[in-house]
Write a protein that binds this ligand. Structure first.
Ligand code: FAD
Length: 286
């Protein structure tokens, strides 16, 4: 198995993100997706976690399944929200017992529909990083928001907190974005603050303008006018929407590779087609 810090030290990585499905049919289709994407020889795959522990068992089940049934290194997402320090210790003990070596330490999305946040021993993801470090044995990643975290009061404060948690972790993975300049600027700002740890850009191949606009709004990302214009050409044609989304993502990946990104992390939404097309377009893993 492999620690992501070692993989990144060895060269550029490619990785995929999945979420634990809610229903049986989703698990069957995810099994197919993983087997199709396994052919692309990803360096690692990551599995999301419902903040407040809502997918605790399902995330652990999927991470363990990947660990046992494939040759790919899994990374488990873990959030501050809804956890005591004792909970986190239990979860880490279970992952250690399964030989899972990678954790993405996150603040966690607030509960949906304006519900109260679930009580937690942690306020910010940096505190979770420290506890995982103290527990020992894991390569630890954190989240980065190229266009700033929506709760950050200003750019300088956002970058100082990001630099601080990244110093304590091994690497970061970014929220999705469409303009390579957001990534470049963030990496430069981190370097100015003395942080040069790898920041892997997160790529979202989009297929539907409405859906991506909602997701971008929640994560503080901008959907630039040129993306909106390109996607609106598809109208109600879903296949054309997917094709244009792949074109846009291919162009972004090419620019990120030119800019020296240490890897590419794909938000697959549990589907394989778009990611496979982008790999083929860029001749990745050829
Ligand atoms: P934090 O690092 O805690 O930051 C949150 C805010 O607090 C920021 O404004 C930051 O500037 C500020 N802050 C940080 N440290 C301090 C400090 N010491 N003092 C004062 N302010 C501080 N969510 C999920 O629920 N499950 C997932 O599986 C998941 N996966 C994700 C994967 C990736 C790659 C990314 C980019 C995001 C993911 N998210 C996930 C979303 C993430 O949990 C949310 O964006 C959340 O709102 C913030 O997470 P964070 O880790 O950046 O939080």
């Amino acid at each position: 198995m492999a620690r992501i810090s070692d993989l990144l030290a060895g060269g550029r990585t490619c990785s995929f993100e999945f979420f634990p499905p809610k229903h049986e049919a989703g698990w069957l289709s995810l099994g197919r997706t993983i087997s199709e994407l396994e052919d692309l020889q990803p360096d690692f795959v990551s599995v999301t976690y419902g903040a407040g522990g809502s997918t605790r068992t399902k995330t652990a089940d999927l991470v363990s399944w990947v660990r046992r049934q494939t040759a790919i290194a899994p990374m488990a997402h873990l959030t501050c929200q809804g956890h005591t320090r004792a909970d986190i210790r239990d979860i880490l003990m279970d992952y250690r017992a399964e030989n899972v070596e990678n954790i993405l330490a996150l603040g966690g999305d607030p509960p949906a529909h304006g519900a109260d946040p679930v009580p937690s021993d942690y306020r910010f993801s940096g505190e979770l990083v420290d506890d995982i470090r103290e527990f020992g044995g894991f390569s630890v990643g954190v989240a980065a928001h190229p266009e700033l975290h929506p709760r950050s009061p200003d750019r300088d404060t956002d970058r100082r907190h990001l630099a601080d948690k990244l110093q304590r972790a091994d690497f970061a993975i970014t929220q999705f974005f469409f303009d390579v300049e957001h990534y470049r600027q963030m990496v430069d700002e981190l370097a100015d603050l003395g942080t040069t740890k790898p920041v892997v850009p997160g790529i979202m191949p989009i297929s539907n303008l409405g859906q991506v606009t909602r997701m971008a709004h929640m994560s503080g990302a901008e959907v630039p006018e040129w993306v909106q214009k390109a996607m609106s050409k598809a109208g109600d044609d879903l296949d054309e929407g997917e094709r244009i989304g792949v074109e846009l993502a291919t162009e972004l990946c090419a620019r990120l590779l030119e800019a020296g990104a240490p890897g590419l992390h794909f938000y697959t939404l549990n589907r394989s087609w778009a990611t496979r097309q982008i790999f083929a377009n860029l001749n990745l893993r050829a």
